[in-house]
Design a binder for this molecule. Structure first.
Ligand code: HEC
Ligand code: HEC
Ligand code: HEC
Ligand code: HEC
Ligand code: HEC
Length: 380
């Protein structure tokens, strides 16, 4: 009796998911905390209908005239009709709610490396998800019902909806992110964006830094105190990532040196739109002395002039901070005993000049976001 009821409930669950046409609607029922976080992530907002910055660039792209949305592969892979060429780009429920759905990541079996851009290879098994868990590493959990007492008592194990495969190494070392995030070339075989990943001696991965364990259960039916954070988004003030970018100050004879230590295993803000800056001010005898900001950016273009990404053939200048780099910036302002030096490192989503040209300067995209800040009191 109970088993029948249970089967019926499961059946209903899968029927509603088809009707709603949203893959995440089922996950939401059992993984509400993760679902809620995901709603605020850039993965839930990667389409032109939810990300004004992506839209502004797409609006200027030559492929727009033909409505040939070539960005779908990474920005909206869950719009399967669009990817397979059956539909053109339009504001459907997937574009609006889950352009990169839960399954878009959890079914990635491996990442194929290519020069233009890498490619995600998905498992073809239904309701079969990869995940990482150190204590279960290597296991494959198949949903099981065990019947006893002539079928009156049903014991279940695993998730009552899907199988889980804990043996995919790419979910442990972070490689599952690199089908979309590693690099991207334009039609002129030039890398518009490249994370220039370097692991070095770092024990951290894309997942340990960007999806740290956070309070709240990973599923309704399972008592766990924490779950992996799913709200990746740098458009808001980043809270838990500042500790990976450290600031130091050393006084010299006629000035001082600020060191920015980047513990990330990739270039900081490598995207052509971004601008990161170091802001330094000195509080001295009740007065504030603001020093000129120092900018870090990668300017791309052609024939020695900056250009839009799809026309670029060369790097014009690049002083972005590389993976695991310690960058030293020298200042020639002498410090006095009792000075308070306030040092802040942060970024603009879109360089204010470009933001203006793209008409997105009123979206908050051209506001300075402080990633990390430190105050130094000068002795001696
Ligand atoms: C009927 C409830 C239910 C539904 C629906 C459901 N899950 Fe689960 N899921 C669970 C439970 C319970 C677990 C924990 C299983 C365990 O640890 O033994 C789980 C575990 C997982 C895990 C692995 C967690 C780990 O330990 O690393 C992933 C990944 C996952 N679910 C993804 C999804 C996705 C994606 C969807 C939607 C397509 C979904 N789930 C829908 C109940 C559900
Ligand atoms: C190979 C995968 C891939 C393809 C194809 C791709 N992108 Fe992206 N794009 C990304 C990733 C990953 C990010 C996030 C990178 C980051 O934040 O460092 C991104 C971010 C962006 C951003 C910045 C968005 C923001 O809110 O700051 C813009 C603009 C953008 N892409 C435009 C495009 C356009 C236009 C196309 C199609 C012509 C396109 N991309 C195709 C992977 C891709
Ligand atoms: C299917 C492609 C895809 C996969 C897989 C993917 N991402 Fe993304 N990610 C994107 C795109 C596209 C964006 C940019 C969306 C935008 O800004 O419009 C993005 C945005 C981000 C951002 C925020 C950047 C911002 O502009 O706010 C972070 C951080 C991030 N991803 C980390 C990860 C990590 C960590 C993984 C692996 C666990 C991962 N991503 C896997 C496509 C992907
Ligand atoms: C040691 C920690 C650490 C590791 C490891 C790490 N990151 Fe980051 N990542 C950062 C920090 C710090 C930033 C900049 C702060 C922020 O998000 O505002 C950042 C920024 C990003 C952004 C936003 C860049 C932009 O301009 O939009 C993306 C996307 C991203 N990381 C993806 C990845 C991927 C993919 C990997 C794995 C190859 C990875 N990260 C590994 C710490 C890390
Ligand atoms: C950008 C790729 C990506 C997307 C999108 C994504 N996940 Fe995950 N998810 C991961 C990765 C990677 C892990 C493994 C984290 C770890 O090692 O702790 C994970 C872990 C999990 C876990 C196990 C949590 C834990 O603490 O181990 C569950 C459950 C889960 N995801 C469910 C979901 C659901 C539900 C959605 C959609 C609302 C979703 N995921 C969307 C990449 C993703």
């Amino acid at each position: 009796m109970f088993t029948h009821f249970y089967r019926l409930a499961l059946l209903l669950l899968s029927v509603t998911s088809v009707e709603a046409a949203l893959e995440n609607a089922t996950c939401k029922k059992c993984h509400p905390v993760i679902f809620q976080e995901y709603q605020n992530s850039m993965h839930a907002k990667a389409s032109i209908f939810k990300d004004p910055v992506h839209k502004a660039v797409w609006d200027k792209h030559p492929a727009k005239k033909k409505n040939n949305y070539k960005c779908a592969k990474c920005h909206t892979p869950s719009d399967h009709q669009l990817l397979s060429g059956k539909n053109k780009l339009k504001a459907n429920a997937i574009q609006l709610n889950e352009p990169i759905s839960c399954q878009a990541c959890h079914t990635i079996q491996r990442v194929e490396e290519h020069t233009k851009a890498n490619k995600n290879i998905h498992t073809s098994k239904e309701k079969y998800f990869f995940s990482a868990n150190k204590t279960k590493k290597g296991k494959k959990v198949v949903f099981k019902e065990e019947k006893s007492l002539f079928g009156l008592i049903t014991k279940t194990s695993g998730s009552p909806y899907h199988d889980i495969d804990y043996s995919n190494e790419n979910f442990y070392n972070g490689k599952i992110c690199l089908g979309c995030h590693d690099h991207k070339q334009n039609a002129k075989d030039f890398s518009v964006c490249d994370m220039q990943i370097k692991q070095g001696d770092s024990k951290e991965t894309c997942i340990s830094c960007h999806m740290p364990q956070t309070k709240g259960s990973l599923a309704n039916q399972k008592q766990s105190t924490t779950h992996a954070f799913h709200g990746v988004n740098i458009h808001r003030k980043p809270v838990n990532l500042s500790r990976y970018v450290k600031l130091f100050l050393a006084k010299t004879d006629n000035g001082f040196v600020i060191t920015i230590e980047n513990e990330a295993t990739h270039t900081l803000f490598p995207q052509p739109l971004r601008l990161s800056q170091l802001h330094v001010s000195i509080e001295r005898a009740g007065k504030m002395i603001r020093l000129a900001p120092v900018s870090f950016r990668r300017i791309i273009g052609t024939e020695n002039k900056p250009s839009v990404p799809w026309l670029a053939t060369e790097v014009i200048t690049d002083n972005t901070i590389k993976a695991l780099e310690k960058r030293k910036i020298r200042y020639s302002t002498a410090l006095h005993k009792g000075d308070e030096v306030v040092v802040a490192f942060g970024y603009y989503i879109a360089n204010p000049k470009t933001a203006k040209k793209l008409g997105i300067d009123d979206h908050g995209s051209s506001k300075f976001i402080t990633l990390t800040q430190k105050r130094f009191t000068i002795g001696q």
